[in-house]
Design a protein around this ligand. Structure first.
Ligand code: SF4
Ligand code: SF4
Length: 285
């Protein structure tokens, strides 16, 4: 949605634009990429963008699992969703950087950690290639049309707040980055029906059982807390958890494997006894 909206904002300014996503594991909360290309001339290139002028990192936990800044142009700019100042962010390359706590802004305005509109405000702050006013118009059009007028206006306000609260600076380049272009093994290399071992060339493990390698616990902004005294052992949470990370122990109590919990909150929603509560990571229980 963010890539499509920035493209629409550029079109509102009379420019040419295209936007398209790239999905790997197509699951809610999984890391995905999206690209936008903007020009004053007709755009014929429809390939993925390998060397962006602007890199937008919607979730700073990605920095630990993917070399996201590989390819960012030397004179390019990074926009990172993080409460940290640009100088505290290690992107692996020294670059101009705009940081914004888009998650907090989204929680304030939308009451959900959906950061795609807040981050657009930070993009306008990072580079005036598209104005904030056009971005807000595009948000109102796109979100208003899909979700109603009120949704359009609160998403537009989230972008405005992010524009105001963005911080500009230079990020650090100490992190070692390796090109993980071997993320898809050949079919001969994929043992069927078993979890892959450590993938020596780096990158993402695929194939049956690869969920053991995908540490989905880094994906979410929230995690569950469990109150044993309230639990009646109905197992609804165990049944609904999409990651299978709730374990039933012998005494009928539960254990949550937070290495894989992506914070979707489904377990808390289905619990009839409010024995599970979700809380923002890093904000205490
Ligand atoms: S929030 Fe609950 S349902 Fe969602 S992944 Fe974590 S444990 Fe499973
Ligand atoms: S849904 Fe709630 S009551 Fe049922 S097992 Fe899970 S925590 Fe316990």
């Amino acid at each position: 949605m963010a890539a499509q909206t920035i493209a629409e904002a550029a079109i509102l300014e009379g420019r040419q634009a295209q936007a398209f996503p790239f999905f790997g594991a197509e699951r809610r909360g999984a890391p995905v990429m999206a690209f936008a290309r903007i020009d004053d001339r007709r755009i014929c290139d429809r390939t993925q963008v390998a060397e962006p002028d602007m890199l937008v990192v919607m979730d700073a936990s990605l920095l630990d699992i993917e070399p996201v800044a590989l390819g960012l142009k030397k004179e390019g700019c990074a926009v990172v969703n993080s409460p940290m100042r640009p100088e505290e962010i290690d992107l692996g390359v020294v670059a101009r950087c705009v940081s914004v706590d888009a998650t907090s802004i989204a929680l304030e305005h939308l009451k959900a950690p959906i950061v795609n509109t807040a981050i657009l405000g930070a993009m306008a702050r990072a580079d005036a290639f598209v104005s904030l006013a056009s971005i807000q118009r595009a948000i109102v059009n796109r979100f208003g049309e899909k979700l109603g007028e009120r949704a359009g206006s609160i998403n537009s306000e989230a972008a405005g707040a992010a524009f105001e609260r963005s911080r500009e600076g230079m990020c650090r380049g100490e992190r070692k980055m390796q090109r993980g272009n071997a993320w898809l093994p050949t079919w001969q290399e994929t043992p069927p029906g078993v979890a892959l071992g450590r993938w020596e060339r780096g990158g993402m493990a695929v194939g049956p059982g690869s969920m053991r390698q995908n540490m989905t616990g880094t994906w979410g902004t929230s995690s569950p807390t469990y109150t044993r005294a309230r639990c009646i052992g109905c197992q609804r949470c165990w049944f609904i958890c999409p990651e299978g990370c709730i374990r039933r122990l012998e005494d009928d109590s539960l254990e949550f494997d937070l290495r894989y919990c992506k914070g979707c909150g489904l377990c808390a929603k289905v619990c009839p006894k409010e024995a599970i509560a979700m809380h923002r990571k890093g904000a205490g229980a």
